[in-house]
Design a protein around this ligand. Structure first.
Ligand SMILES: CC(C)(COP(=O)(O)OP(=O)(O)OC[C@H]1O[C@@H](n2cnc3c(N)ncnc32)[C@H](O)[C@@H]1OP(=O)(O)O)[C@@H](O)C(=O)NCCC(=O)NCCS
Length: 220
């Protein structure tokens, strides 16, 4: 039986824990979170700060890890800090997610209930396809992205690293969303979105905060 340590103990972690428990052949062996100050072993579970990874590996060399934190930047920071091999991460696919046989899913990715990952789609490492997220055919979703509940990516959308697509947002076909951008909840994206921007509304427009040097609505 595969054993796993879950990193993070917020709301997303609860949902990931349940998706793992439903699989039957994976046993949760503990939680790491920086709210703990030292490693404890209680009721057959480890609880400790993230830095205790190496100590756990001394006891359980074959154990896997999953970063169950919704914030993309934080998830990347933790992966860099832990410095594990790709094979030491688990990928979690909820039994009620629908994954095409031709789709590929990266290490540490989480695909939750009622999500669809369709034909030839590619899901990057440590990416989250949240509850009822739709990733249509030929999408490429790079590492550390988060597709929120009920968001719809139609065919051949390209989501670069670290992008957060908010709940219920839709993206029309053949659109590119630049790295570390955020698409607001409920937005409809009909143009390419440059890197590091926030776009909201229907149709989605770039939000420029006071003091930003970006020219308003610089959508390509
Ligand atoms: C887009 C978003 C990131 C902006 O957050 P923020 O930077 O804190 O922005 P603010 O709340 O300060 O709002 C700034 C402006 O954008 C508008 N705005 C914010 N979110 C919006 C949205 N989703 N759609 C339309 N307008 C939005 C606000 O009304 C405000 O407008 P104003 O400047 O005219 O007053 C956030 O509102 C959002 O939609 N996040 C997605 C959350 C989500 O889906 N999470 C899923 C977790 S599983």
């Amino acid at each position: 039986m595969t054993k796993v340590i879950i990193v993070g103990q917020g709301g997303h972690s609860k949902v990931v824990s349940e998706a793992i428990a439903l699989q039957g052949n994976i046993r949760i062996k503990g939680y790491l979170d920086d709210n703990y100050h030292e490693l404890k072993y209680e009721k057959e579970l480890y609880f400790g700060p993230i830095r205790s990874t190496k100590e756990i590996l001394l006891h359980e060399p074959n154990i896997k890890f999953i970063i169950a934190i919704g914030n993309n930047k934080l998830r990347k920071m933790i992966v860099e800090k832990m410095g594990l091999k790709e094979t030491q991460y688990l990928k979690v696919v909820h039994p009620k997610a629908l994954i095409s046989a031709s789709a590929t899913i990266g290490v540490g990715a989480v695909i939750l209930a009622n999500a669809v990952v369709n034909t030839d789609a590619k899901i990057g490492a440590h990416t989250i396809i949240n509850t009822s997220g739709i990733v249509e055919h030929d999408n490429v979703i790079e590492d550390f992205a988060h597709i929120s509940p009920n968001a719809t990516l139609t065919g051949t959308v390209h989501i670069e690293e670290g992008v957060h697509v908010g709940a219920g947002a839709s993206v029309i076909p053949n659109i590119n969303i630049g790295k570390w951008s955020t698409i607001g909840a409920g937005a409809t994206v009909i143009n390419h979105i440059p890197a590091f921007s926030t776009a909201v509304g229907v149709p989605a427009r770039i939000k420029v905060k006071e003091g930003d040097e970006v020219v308003a609505n610089n959508i390509q």
